[in-house]
Design a protein around this ligand. Sequence first.
Ligand code: AMP
Length: 315
Amino acid sequence: MNNNNLCPSLIIVGTVAYDAIETPFGKVDKVVGGAASYAALSASYYTQYPGIISVIGDDFNRDFLLDLENHNILLHGLEIKKGGKSFFWSGRYRADMNSRDTLATELNVLATFTPVVPDHWRRCAYLLLGNLMPSIQNAVLNQMEERPRIVVMDTMNFWIESAMEDLKKVLKRVDVLAINDEEARQLSREYSLVMAARKILDMGPRYLVIKKGENGALLFHEKEVFFAPALPLEEVFDPTGAGDTFAGGFTGYLASTGDTSFDNMKRAVLYGSAMASFCVEKFGPERLLNLTRSEIDDRLRQFINLTQFDIQLTE
Ligand code: AMP
């Protein structure tokens, strides 16, 4: 079926890439990845027709594009640059798997990318500005005909270090920022995550999610804080893309419910965390390709069991 005329339920901007990954459990020299790939696959389990805006070279694996299409992910906003080389990232995880070193970031086709939001996508109500150059995130926002209901944004140390001025401009225009604890500290120059959250909320977003890997995630809004643990998993094989998978599940769930209240954002944190818990079980996005509804429900049930308890408070 040709989906070119469909309007996406959620627009996802981010990299579609090749990665080389090394973890204590193994090594792959070339696997498909990229923030938008992980986020879109994750969102596709909650909302129909998420659409990607990104760029790849004609060196990119067509089978993976078919996998995305089979998940009803719209690729009308994915430019394929003739003769170009796709974005490439390489990273090595330390023994605790919670921290990693970036070994290479090659922008390739991304360096000259000018995003074009297809005309019929410009009124989309949900926008996920996934991890990518802040100037591109801004350019996409500029093309929206109406301000989306919710704009969620992710970023990374690479952009905090190299594009802070552009990043500050985007931050002023988004509703939710979802980053990890290291990035929150780097962005705010505060060690305490509570202080960091206060400073970051002053930079623009109304909500802030701080992801702490295997230690769960915090959601901040005004004076409120919500905490969701990560599921204790038997196997963590490769954490690459967990953050993007979280963001895709979080935003996909919001788009599917249309409810942007704080209470529903809390639920979205759990839906995002459930998806991230699958992502880390295999190298690359493989685990996100064939999930079933009952597997996802099972994970959500585990979250409920993990966090429910009864306490009798004395007066
Ligand atoms: P995460 O583990 O959630 O931080 O995401 C890792 C994914 O992000 C990998 O698949 C990379 O291709 C992609 N990535 C790595 N560095 C960058 C960057 N500077 N900008 C955008 N995407 C990146």
